[in-house]
Design a protein around this ligand. Structure first.
Ligand code: SAM
Length: 288
């Protein structure tokens, strides 16, 4: 007799505080035939805490491709499986993507069981705009790569959300300070839902010193949130910056004038460009 395929449940688990487990997540973990867990011993502690006896299978970034076929086989034979990671929502910087992708391709029903996620928890309480945001995961690990990567994000208008490990936190904040305007807001969300939870709201320019002077503050788990670039408005140009750009526009091409004005005045290139285009349009209209 043909079996109905089992369902694959993607179950979020706490990011620190065990009370953040939902009733639905507990019911699913009690009912499924097996739990695919990033670290089976870590998962067992959570299961023991709630008296759940379900059997676990190891499923982490180094074996997920190899294990996917076996899990799909079990699902096809009618067994239901829950996927959990060490903390938070699976697949959010955690293993699971090949399995979920393959499940969709083979017609297995995938059911999300929502719950904690460090990025979303941090965003909800950071006091930065949340209507649109860019989740960036972990920045590159080396200084040069990280600075180049931040340079591409300086003009991002949405709030950027990063994960960072404690031993790279200070270097990462230093690179943010080297690339972003010093007054840009940054929120450092530390140890969310745990005993030493802190939400530190400061400027990009001041952030590194906060941690350099209090080394104990840099222990734990962190989410970094950087405010988006302010909308382009030529009103942010000072009188001196405008005069410099105006003089240069009389002598050189628009591109060269903008580039020189940026170097001379330190104003944002995009803003200078917008001002130059405005002037050009205004003078063309006068000529007509
Ligand atoms: N899947 C997880 C989620 O939904 O948030 C994220 C897993 S990722 C491998 C781990 C990173 O998430 C940590 O290095 C840290 O940046 C962030 N993180 C996890 N738990 C956290 C917490 N309690 N407080 C702050 N950041 C946390």
């Amino acid at each position: 007799m043909e079996h109905e395929p089992g369902k694959l449940y993607v179950v979020a688990t706490p990011i620190g505080n065990l009370d953040d487990m939902t009733f639905r997540a507990l019911n699913i973990l009690r009912r499924v035939d097996a739990i695919a867990a990033e670290d089976t011993r870590h998962c067992r502690r959570l299961l023991d805490h709630y008296g759940i006896t379900a059997s676990t299978r190891s499923f982490h970034e180094h074996n997920e491709r190899a294990k996917t076929a076996a899990l799909l086989e079990q699902l096809r034979s009618g067994r239901s499986i829950a996927l959990v990671s060490d903390a938070g929502t699976p697949l959010i910087n955690d293993p699971g993507f090949p399995l979920i992708q393959a499940a969709h391709e083979t017609g297995i029903t995938v059911v999300p069981i929502p719950g904690p996620c460090a990025a979303i928890a941090a965003l909800s309480a950071a006091g930065l705009p949340t209507d649109r945001f860019a989740f960036e995961g972990f920045p590159p690990r080396t200084r040069n790569a990280r600075r180049t990567y931040f340079e591409r994000l300086v003009e991002e208008p949405r709030t950027s959300v990063f994960y960072e490990s404690s031993h790279r936190l200070i270097a990462c904040l230093e690179d943010l300070a080297a690339v972003f305007p010093p007054q840009r807001r940054v929120v450092i969300a530390k140890e969310l839902t745990k005993l030493h939870e802190r939400l530190l709201s400061t400027s990009v320019g001041q952030a590194p010193d906060l941690f350099v002077h209090q080394p104990e503050l840099s222990k734990g788990e962190f989410v970094l949130l950087v405010a988006g670039a302010p909308p382009l408005s030529t009103e942010e140009l000072t009188g001196e910056q405008r005069r410099t750009l105006h003089l240069l526009l009389k002598e050189c091409s628009l591109r060269t004038a903008v580039s020189l004005a940026e170097k001379i005045t330190g104003a944002r290139k995009k803003v200078l460009y917008r001002a130059a285009l405005n002037w050009q349009a205004a003078s063309t209209n006068q000529e007509l």
